[in-house]
Design a protein around this ligand. Structure first.
Ligand SMILES: NC(=O)c1ccc[n+]([C@@H]2O[C@H](COP(=O)([O-])OP(=O)(O)OC[C@H]3O[C@@H](n4cnc5c(N)ncnc54)[C@H](OP(=O)(O)O)[C@@H]3O)[C@@H](O)[C@H]2O)c1
Length: 318
């Protein structure tokens, strides 16, 4: 049967699926996206890819893999058939299908569904009987490790997670400037041996992380992004407590934060550290803590936690 793992698709054959079904059929016939084409020559060029969950991330990666001829796009399965058809149109390839029964054998399956659907979709994929020791199954979640794909592992498949560290709010824009995107990657050696070179072809920088620490890895982004925003709001509230209007408070914070961040990236966090703890002005630190405690005990708890961590950082100063 055509479409057996590892048996089909070569560079230059894009647009034709392995069983003769035209990937650019009436449902999804559009012009190939106009990103620069780059021919690649490595093992992944002879592989095909099915995408289950072809939303913002799935269709961006699918489009890039198609344009760069990394993989031949096979089937696309979303909750809604219309949505799968629209994703195929965006990618310029792929065959929209309506259910798991219509899946053909693929070499690689990307589960780019929302995080809370990954386990269920993997279980449904495994139940089709399409997976074997030659199959690769991966997802793109930052929050879950490849262990979420254990039902595929149980069928002998190699599994991985490749998490692109950026926002896919605008898939067209991300597809246009994906080169240089860091991707936190972990998983089975066989899966990574295929996927990391494949992501290389679309300009990604894959960095390997420890599977067992995937949740701590994800927490790093929460600190760098979400909690940073919370911290800005805490500083804003403190300025407002001192009598400043909210919008002025934000204007005061912006240069402080921007310069400190720029220094931390340029010099490293320890060297960039300034302020009372870095100077050893611990009397000032105590007075500040007491004042914050009187104003807002929740913020004082935060202040105290930062104090300990900042002292350790200051000790690393040369
Ligand atoms: N968005 C980001 O910035 C970003 C960044 C890095 C990583 N990620 C990760 O990428 C993955 C996908 O995120 P996303 O933002 O692309 O999500 P999204 O835009 O909401 O797309 C999810 C897609 O999955 C489909 N889907 C949901 N449940 C399904 C099911 N049970 N069966 C089949 N298809 C199903 C949806 O189909 P319909 O279209 O029919 O609803 C939709 O096309 C997540 O693991 C996320 O953590 C996201």
């Amino acid at each position: 049967m055509a479409g057996t793992a590892g048996s089909i698709g070569t560079v230059g054959e894009l647009g034709q699926s392995n069983d003769g079904v035209d990937a650019g059929n009436a449902d999804n016939a559009i012009e190939t996206p106009t990103l620069a084409r780059q021919t690649v020559s490595h093992d992944s060029a002879a592989r095909n890819l099915t995408i289950i969950g072809c939303g913002k991330v799935g269709k961006t990666l699918g489009r890039l893999f198609n344009v760069h001829r990394t993989f031949q796009l096979l089937d696309v399965l979303n909750r809604s058939h219309d949505s799968a058809r629209a994703a195929c149109a965006f990618m310029g390839a792929g065959n929209a299908i309506a259910n798991y029964a219509a899946l053909r054998n693929a070499d690689i399956y990307l589960l780019a569904v929302s995080d809370d659907q990954i386990i269920a979709c993997c279980t449904a994929l495994a139940a089709t009987g399409k997976l074997s020791a030659r199959s690769i199954v991966f997802h793109c979640s930052g929050a879950l490790s490849s262990l979420a794909l254990s039902s595929a592992s149980a069928q002998g498949a190699s599994v991985a997670s490749i998490h692109p560290i950026r926002s896919f709010a605008d898939p067209q824009a991300v597809a246009g400037d994906f080169a240089g995107t860091y991707c936190g990657s972990e998983g089975d050696a066989a899966a990574l041996a295929m996927l990391i070179p494949a992501f290389d072809t679309i300009g990604a920088h894959c960095v390997t992380i420890a599977r067992e620490n995937k949740t701590v890895y994800h927490a790093a982004a929460v600190f760098a992004s979400n909690y940073l925003v919370t911290l800005i709001d805490v500083a804003r509230q403190a300025y407002m407590e001192a009598g400043l209007p909210a919008e002025i408070a934000l204007r005061l914070i912006e240069p402080l934060l921007s310069e400190s961040a720029a220094n931390a990236f340029r010099l490293g966090p320890a060297t960039a550290l300034t302020g009372p703890i870095a100077r050893g002005d611990m009397e000032t630190v105590k007075r500040q803590y007491d004042a914050v405690q009187s104003w807002n005990p929740d913020v004082a708890t935060l202040y105290h936690a930062f104090e300990g961590l900042t002292l350790k950082l200051a000790q690393q100063k040369k």
